[in-house]
Write a protein that binds this ligand. Structure first.
Ligand SMILES: [Fe+2]
Ligand SMILES: [Fe+2]
Length: 372
């Protein structure tokens, strides 16, 4: 288990691998001074920055846009064909902050390749150069294989996560375990976790890669509940002390399940698997040490677990459950503030409160009541 300070995040392995590919590309085409990837989330129609290798400072981090509102990219996603812009200044009145920031950074030409896998659109690979007319037919031809490689690099990782999620879903269905950790709750809480992380990113130096993995791992936080007997998991009314102790084993059992799945599916090399384990193991820790299973205190609790705890509890309280009504957002924010910094990380709570408009957008988009 990772007990290093939470903001001492593990290396961004995909960023590193992209850097190695970029170095190879530059051996052929030295003026390409940025390669970046933006990923597409079909649930929200959001295109978001993910990894980049940039000579100098990256002009664009923690950025997202509705694909439908960026017409040039939207068209390319529809047509599924690469696009070359040999003079980006003609895009100066471009339809996105993205184009403007890229231009301001002195990139004058670009080549963009959509990432398509299994007939689905997953995002874009962007190549930028500091001179105009850099992407000749020969250059584009040479870049093609690297674009495919970068696309595959990303898809492979997310396919691995998808396999994990599918395995968990199947296990749940087999155990006939109809719990609260389904459907819209998981989508909402993972989106809230992302909102918190994006808001905290500048102060905690969180990369887009970190935030993206957090977003995909958050729904797996209660994976260990599969191993809890139905008699306890589905019991109506309060649990006895003994039953509560069994219930609390779901965090340790969750880590065991992750380890089994990872070795069973040969995913040991998957980046950020520690982050998944931290989320599963530590999402019931409390800042004052009163949580479980380890009674970790404050920043000894990995940041990803502190974020997920706030996102999960916020959604649990604002959702109707068979035994309780939904709380409204005001009451829930007040509760979370009241319980921080004792239980919850006050920075995570403040970040969520500040992004209330985003929170409400997510609630509106994914408002299906699991038990409705
Ligand atoms: Fe849990
Ligand atoms: Fe949950």
């Amino acid at each position: 288990m990772n007990k290093t300070p939470a903001n001492d995040q593990p290396q961004d392995k995909l960023n590193e691998r992209l850097g190695a590919i970029h170095a190879e590309v530059k051996a052929w085409l030295p003026q390409i001074n940025r390669i970046s990837v933006a990923l597409y989330d079909a649930d929200t129609d959001v295109l978001k920055t993910f990894i980049n290798s940039t000579d100098g400072d990256s002009p664009l981090d923690h950025y997202e846009a509705q694909l439908a509102q960026v017409s040039s990219l939207f068209d390319m996603a529809e047509k599924r064909a690469p696009r070359t812009i040999n003079d980006m200044t003609v895009m100066a009145k471009g339809d996105s902050e993205h184009t403007r920031k890229i231009l301001d950074s002195g990139y004058l030409s670009s080549h963009t390749v959509p990432i398509i896998h299994n007939d689905e659109f997953h995002g874009f690979v962007f190549f930028n150069a500091s001179v105009t007319d850099y992407f000749t037919d020969t250059a584009v031809h040479n870049i093609g294989v690297y674009a495919q490689l970068v696309g595959l690099l990303c898809i492979t990782e997310f396919n691995a996560i998808r396999t994990l999620q599918a395995a968990v879903k199947t296990a749940r269905e087999i155990s006939q375990y109809r719990d609260e950790e389904t459907g819209c709750h998981l989508i909402r809480m993972s989106n809230f976790a992302r909102v918190i992380a994006l808001e905290m990113a500048p102060h905690h130096d969180l990369s887009d890669e970190y935030i993206e993995f957090l977003f995909h791992f958050a729904p797996l936080h209660d994976i260990g509940k599969i191993a809890i007997p139905d008699g306890i998991l589905l019991k109506e009314g309060p649990l006895s002390d003994e039953e509560r102790a069994v219930m609390q084993t779901h965090v340790g059992k969750g880590v065991e399940i992750v380890e089994k799945l990872v070795s069973g599916f040969k995913m040991e090399s998957m980046p950020k698997i520690e982050m998944l384990k931290n989320i599963v193991h530590c999402h019931h820790e409390a800042m004052d040490g009163s949580g479980y299973p380890q009674g970790l205190i404050a920043t000894a609790i990995p940041l990803e677990a502190r974020i997920v705890a706030v996102a999960d509890v916020f959604d649990a309280l604002t959702s109707a459950r068979p035994y309780k009504q939904a709380w409204d957002n005001d009451a829930t924010f007040a509760f979370l503030k009241d319980k921080s910094p004792a239980i919850f990380d006050a920075d995570c709570v403040a970040a969520l409160v500040r992004k209330r408009d985003k929170v409400e957008e997510i609630q509106k988009r994914f408002n299906e009541d699991v038990f409705g």
